[in-house]
Design a protein around this ligand. Structure first.
Ligand code: GCV
Length: 685
């Protein structure tokens, strides 16, 4: 048996291996060994370098770069709509001009020549990666036009990286941007990250943690701006704009003022000077990101001001430079008395922000978590999404697997994000999906994801967690892509060219999140994790903490009554028909039942099973799937290189151990509360 060369995973999905057959390789080579490229901007140079690298490996020979098309008419042409020769080529082929950062791939005369034409330089770069993806997946050179354009304007990753190099909720090593209080000087890793991001269409990155520690408040000041500008320059060559997280109270802590009151003229002056200072160094800075008035962080209410006042004063400083202020709506009172059954964390963002609709400056975008709580494995979509007709919104998801197995457990999150994007808010009639809201509203909105990346050699800790990074970018580019297709693309690129391995990996990805949900907290329960670390089962951990994330289990039943008729009234934040659907346990989707309702253990579900039995069943089923994930992976022994094979095997074996622990702890808890036996007599302790 021929051993496959070991891989670290560092290349991600840009592995660029020789074409799978010599026939294919010849076909690609006939056209792509000569590249006609005339533009020479920084971004176009990135595209050229990528073509050199990618085609060099796929064709097995370094392509030649030309300025004039060769006489035999066989070449790959690349450039933008600003170049007449490409406009001519488009016209001859009858292909529409690409716009914005979109691109068109098309062939001429039975693919004797192939073109990548971008609406912009960045469009060319995206087109380059799209072509390379096709070739890596063994597809034909494009003939009929492939026309693409990013659906969302903002496709952004938020890093929760601290200046000391640690990463809040990071499970893949240390920061790739900061170390020991400084911005890193060696930018090789950042450059390779930029390539990965551009290849999936991500165009913005917030570098530092939204919980801005005092040291990091100095980030937008002179001391760090030189190195930050260099880092932004590296990203710029991949079409990625940089954002910085700033703290609401920075005028006091970093600026030495006596107040951070947004109503104070000196505070306004301070923010505008700060912005000016940053734009001197980073003229295309995306803007600032703020978490205020949340989880013990000071916010505008401290000064008797609203979130609109707080956001607008910072936004005014950014406005002259075209910058955007992303203001997070993750605002709630994290200290709750369990006896108070009317206060509900799920309601907080809507209650706080809805009355402010229309009061935010045009360059403010509210960044709304996809669910009303905090990235649980299953939550309903946030009712705030789409509820503010006169305010721009961006949806926020989490790639970093804080509550979904911390990159030890396999949990492919794209289907969950898709659920949020596909949700019909009915804000302006049927078809008002969240995707439509964040795609159409403005040139500043889209999707932000908390990054799952660190300095681990394979970027994400778990090799297979790279699928979430890949999937985030692809989904923000095109929310219509099916989660299965994204999984299959990624698996093909990462484990191909052997299609059998890619198929197994795709199936594993698709099975993973339902498994995780089942063996941890199915039916919308959530929150049974260990407080603080958010890892491993602790059924009463948050029940006896003041954070207000209770499930209210007693000897009779379990779940949170969020109905309007006798609960917290959260269901009233949804438009019809959702309000009615969620309000009634007989119409509420089973996966959200305990999110919206407190039900008796013997509540009869459609089909006749009682609630607690269903919970037992789900825990057994989920654990069995986790065991099956390991078995499926083991079926790939010899088909995947040893290094990656062993690393994934180790993670999956640990996942099985922990899935069994989750199953046993939660089932035992439910049994002791309810006193009801498992009707199948499986071991419940
Ligand atoms: C950055 C959760 C996490 C926090 C995180 C917070 C947020 O509560 O546990 O670590 O803080 O979300 O999104 O701001």
């Amino acid at each position: 048996v021929q051993r496959l060369p070991n891989e670290t995973g560092y290349e991600g999905w840009l592995r660029y291996r020789p074409a799978s057959s010599s026939r294919r390789q010849e076909g690609y080579t006939a056209v792509c060994q000569r590249i006609v490229a005339r533009g020479a901007s920084e971004v176009l140079l990135s595209a050229r370098r990528e073509l050199g690298k990618g085609l060099g490996a796929i064709l097995g020979r370094i392509p030649e770069f030309l300025v004039e098309p060769p006489v035999d008419g066989r070449y790959l042409g690349i450039g933008t709509v600003a170049e007449q020769w490409l406009l001519d080529a488009l016209a001859v082929a009858g292909v529409p001009r690409p716009t914005g950062d979109g691109f068109v791939l098309f062939g001429q005369g039975h693919a004797t020549a192939v073109f990548i034409v971008g609406g912009s330089d960045i469009g060319c770069l995206y087109g380059t990666f799209a072509l390379l993806r096709r070739l890596q997946l063994g597809e034909d050179l494009p003939n009929g036009p492939v026309v693409e354009r990013p659906a969302m304007a903002l496709r952004m990753l938020d890093h929760w990286d601290n200046l000391d190099g640690s990463v809040e909720r990071g499970y893949a090593g240390r920061s790739i941007f900061f170390a020991r209080g400084e911005v890193v000087a060696d930018r090789q890793r950042v450059l390779d990250y930029g390539r990965l991001l551009a290849s999936i269409g991500v165009n913005a990155v917030a570098l530092n943690n939204v919980n801005v520690a005092p040291g990091a408040m100095a980030l937008p000041t002179k001391r760090h701006l030189g190195p930050l500008a260099a880092l932004a320059g590296t990203f710029r060559s991949f079409g990625v704009r940089v954002f910085l997280s700033v703290a609401f109270e920075a005028p006091v802590v970093a600026g030495g003022l006596l107040t951070a009151d947004p109503g104070s003229p000196e505070v306004a002056r301070w923010w505008s000077q700060l912005a000016g200072g940053v734009y001197d160094y980073v003229p295309d800075l995306g803007g600032f990101l703020v978490k205020a008035g949340s989880e013990s962080q000071p916010g505008p209410r401290v000064y008797g001001r609203t979130h609109a006042d707080g956001a607008n004063v910072i936004a005014a400083g950014l406005e002259p430079f075209g910058g955007t202020l992303l203001w997070r709506t993750f605002v709630y009172d994290c200290k709750q008395d369990w006896r108070d059954r009317s206060t509900d964390r799920a309601k907080a963002a809507f209650d706080e922000f809805l009355p402010l609709d229309g009061l935010f400056a045009p360059n403010v975008v509210l960044q709304v978590k996809s669910g009303p709580m905090d990235f649980q494995v299953r939550e309903p979509p946030s009712p705030l999404l789409g509820a503010m007709a006169n305010t721009s919104q961006t949806v926020e998801v989490q790639l970093s697997q804080e509550y979904t197995g911390q990159q030890v457990h396999l949990c492919y999150l794209v289907p969950a994000w898709k659920r949020a994007l596909d949700f019909d808010t009915y804000a302006s009639g049927t078809g008002s999906t969240v995707a439509k809201l964040v795609c159409g509203a403005s040139s500043r909105t889209g999707m932000a994801g908390v990054a799952n990346v660190g300095d681990d050699p394979n970027w994400t800790g778990h090799h297979l967690a790279q699928a979430n990074l890949y999937g985030f970018g692809r989904l923000a580019w095109c929310p219509d892509l099916p989660a299965e297709q994204i999984a299959a693309e990624w698996a093909g690129l990462t484990f191909g060219p052997d299609p059998a391995s890619a198929d197994v990996v795709t199936e594993m990805l698709i099975a993973s999140a339902p498994a995780y949900e089942s063996y941890t907290t199915p039916l919308g329960l959530g929150w049974m994790v260990t407080p603080g670390s958010h890892y491993g089962p602790s059924p009463d951990g948050y029940e006896y903490s003041p954070w207000g994330t209770y499930h209210f289990a007693d000897s009779v039943g379990i779940g949170v009554d969020r109905t309007t008729s006798h609960g917290t009234g959260f269901t009233a934040q949804y438009r019809e028909p959702w309000k009615t659907i969620f309000e009634d346990p007989s119409t509420c989707p089973e996966d959200l039942l305990l999110f919206f309702h407190h039900l008796r253990y013997d509540f009869v579900l459609p089909g006749g099973t009682i609630l607690v039995q269903r919970m037992y069943d789900r825990h057994f089923e989920g654990t069995a799937i986790a065991e099956d994930l390991l078995a499926r992976w083991r079926s790939l022994a010899g088909c995947v290189d040893t290094v990656r094979y062993r690393a994934v095997e180790e993670k999956l074996a640990e996942q099985v151990r922990q899935a069994r622990e989750w199953r046993d702890v939660i089932n035992a808890y439910l049994y002791r509360k309810s006193g009801k036996n498992d009707e199948n007599r499986r071991p419940v302790y």
